[in-house]
Write a protein that binds this ligand. Sequence first.
Ligand SMILES: Cc1cc2nc3c(=O)[nH]c(=O)nc-3n(C[C@H](O)[C@H](O)[C@H](O)COP(=O)(O)O)c2cc1C
Ligand code: SF4
Length: 461
Amino acid sequence: MTAQEPAPRLESAPRPESLARLTPVLTKRWLSPDAWRIDVYEQLDGYTALRKALTADPDDLIALVKASGLRGRGGAGFPTGLKWQFIPQNDGKPHYLVVNADEGEPGTCKDLPLMMADPHSLIEGVIIASYAIRANRAFIYIRGEAVHAARRLRNAVVEARSLGYLGQDILGSGFDLEIVVHSGAGAYICGEETALLESLEGKRGQPRLRPPFPATHGLYNSPTVVNNVETIASVPYIVLGGADWFRSMGTEKSPGTKIYSVSGRVDRPGQYECSLGTTLGQLLDLAGGMAEGHQLRFWTPGGSSTPMLTAEHLDVPLDFEGMASVGTMLGTTAVQVFSQADDVVYATYRWIEFYHHESCGKCTPCREGNYWMVRVLRRILAGQGRHEDLDLLLDLCGNLLGRSFCALGDGATSPVMSSIKYFRQDYLDYIEGRREPLLAGAAPGAAGESTTGAELAGKDS
Ligand SMILES: Cc1cc2nc3c(=O)[nH]c(=O)nc-3n(C[C@H](O)[C@H](O)[C@H](O)COP(=O)(O)O)c2cc1C
Ligand code: SF4
């Protein structure tokens, strides 16, 4: 499909070739009634992978996950088996598994539905992963606002314990494990793995300096694996299906399936589990096409921290390599779809407001840079922008990217840089008065305030 052609718009069912892309593995129980109950989960093959895993040598499990090519589903795509292998053995220290269930990246909605629909698949994955890395205590750190999911998980832990899947001498294997479900207070930065560990230890959620890495100095200064919900929930399927089966889906470097959360101007928003490498065109087909009256204008492949793309990119594979080839990232596969009815400058402004609000303030580039980017964007949207504001924004991005203490600061530059790259004219329309100011009534000291590059330099020095 070319940039000129409109995105697919379906009135009826998806085309068979797109439907064939739907590959329910992690989502296969989601439509089964009461699948969150342990008796139903057991009827649907639940805990069979655990029985198999507990008869294996832990090192063989790590080797299996390595061979499967599973990569972290929390955004960075780090190889999971390798991460587990970094845990030192016979070091005399306790080991910990920490599941990152914070799910704060704007647009992302896959971990919470998974924990609601099929919490035992996560619990089963936690037990297998803990056994592999020799951890006797695991934590699931869940976003504070997700009270419903935390309740469901805690209930699943109680159920699993009552049937001998948790506690002492699990299924007679000699392996002991307790799981703690810990609710955070609702901060995006607490999804960053070292800030998460600080928060779990009862401290203020701010990232730690690395190295040392969590593999050797993690929770309570002990060897720790931090993995995303979707990553850990994949493990039981790999144990049952084997590495070759897992590699038969997806691509060579990005094997397996992925839950794409599709939102925005589509007919049927939702979670679509497909092989990695599925394209936006295929996802749109599955989601019923663009919503009535809307044409695709811009979209994010993996949340607001991943540079946006356009209708030109409908056929690029949504995997780690495909997204890198067009200058963006797979991220969390939060596919947010925007149309001609959406204002790209305003969307960027709202995202930067989010980063400004969520910046933990530890480092200057992110704390100050987001503050100033909000003010410059607000000025443009209030009809008081200047031509030099675009260079000013890019200059600010240059001071954040690669200079921030953690990836939150880097991520904040993505919407700004990519929107200026693809939609410079939209900014110019505000600056040159062709477009009605959207924030005409913005308060003085915000939109109305004069902010020049020199003032910025003064503020930062
Ligand atoms: C600001 C920020 C927020 C993050 N939020 C999450 C999150 O909510 N969930 C998550 O799994 N990873 C999140 N990450 C990535 C984690 O730091 C880490 O890479 C991930 O939990 C590792 O798990 P994985 O290897 O299974 O992907 C975030 C990173 C940053 C910089
Ligand atoms: S980049 Fe932002 S969120 Fe990360 S440490 Fe610096 S101020 Fe905190």
